[in-house]
Design a protein around this ligand. Structure first.
Ligand code: NAD
Length: 306
């Protein structure tokens, strides 16, 4: 297969690196000039659980010309529409396009650019970080769940096999929307709160007021999730959040890294902001999500990011 990674930041480099160890051709697409230059000149440096350096082709999305068999979308959420426009030239009649972004609403964006039968959505709990241009750091175990938008799971089988050859621990999920909501709940309660309070996950969950904030945001996510998706298991998701909060207690979530450490625009509009939007449509009040979204927006504005 010819596989493009559209958005080759931290997670795109993880998928690109691991897939490059299979029999498939992998091409990275990205717009960050220094990252492209570093990978083109020195290869992709990998540290953490593996120490390696691989030479992978990398180019800007608009420079790619060969029709893809599979495109894995991994830009940040606000970069998705532009990425979908820029990769139009490599999408053929049979090209499958898989979103592995965090957050809500990406399938709706994809439908504006792609045929329904070629859209796949998924969720991953692998982790990755960029240490600098051309240098990805991989740590910890993970998994990927994938589903196609229409049809049975058969058309996804080859892709799941390829992911498993790459050690990506993939499986088909016939209700991936529930898995997406589960991950959105985890991200939605921890990411903006830790970013605004400038604290670790353990510090947030270790105070009564912090835990109260988490619970109120969680209740809003669950109310909206139940209005949209089947099979939302509130107790199981809460248990998963509490387990994650213990395992990752010393970590700063990715939104803290984006907003506080790197001063980059966040994915808030696709997490708590999306819950506010969907809540309004369904007549469900979401005051905590509104407040935390406003606070993140305010900080982004102060930093000149919006
Ligand atoms: P990322 O910020 O590493 O990369 C996203 C894009 O931003 C890439 O195009 C990258 O080249 C560019 N970029 C990164 N640093 C830059 C810099 N300093 N200057 C200019 N451009 C820069 O994002 P990511 O962590 O790979 O996330 C992609 C998607 O995957 C998001 O939806 C995220 O929520 C999701 N995700 C990430 C992880 C993770 O551990 N990283 C885990 C699960 C899901």
């Amino acid at each position: 297969m010819l596989v493009y990674i559209a958005g080759s930041g931290a997670m795109g480099c993880r998928f690109g690196y691991q897939l490059s160890k299979t029999d498939n051709r992998v091409i990275l697409l990205d717009n960050w000039e220094d990252h492209i230059a570093a990978i083109s000149q020195n290869g992709l440096k990998v540290t953490g659980d593996v120490e390696d350096c691989v030479h992978l082709p990398i180019m800007k999305p608009t420079e790619a010309t060969e029709i893809a068999d599979l495109i894995i979308l991994l830009p940040k959420a606000d970069q998705l529409p532009k990425m979908l426009q820029n990769i139009r030239g490599i999408i053929g009649e049979h090209t499958k396009v898989l979103s592995l972004l965090n957050g809500l609403g990406h399938a709706t964006t994809m439908r504006r650019y792609l045929d329904q039968e070629n859209i796949m959505v998924g969720v991953t709990i692998w982790l990755a970080g960029l240490k600098g241009p051309g240098h990805v750091h991989l740590q910890g175990p993970g998994s990927v769940f994938v589903q196609n938008m229409v049809g049975d799971g058969q058309s996804v089988v080859d892709i799941i096999d390829m992911f498993n050859q790459a050690g990506l621990n993939a499986s088909y999920d016939d209700n991936v929307i529930e898995a997406i909501w589960r991950k959105a709940c985890v991200n939605g309660v921890m990411n903006p709160t830790c970013a605004v309070l400038d604290c670790t996950i353990g510090e947030l969950f270790g105070t009564e007021a912090g835990l109260n904030l988490v619970k109120n945001i969680f209740d809003e996510f669950i109310a909206v999730a139940k209005s949209e998706a089947d099979g939302i298991d509130e107790k199981a998701i809460w248990a998963y959040i509490m387990e994650t909060s213990k395992k990752a207690s010393s970590h700063y979530p990715s939104m803290h890294q984006d907003l506080v450490q790197h001063k980059r625009r966040t994915e808030i509009d696709y997490l708590n902001g999306a819950v506010v939007f969907k809540g309004k449509r369904a007549g469900i009040p979401t005051p905590y999500c509104q407040m935390i979204t406003d606070m993140v927006h305010a900080k982004e504005s102060m930093l000149g990011l919006r």
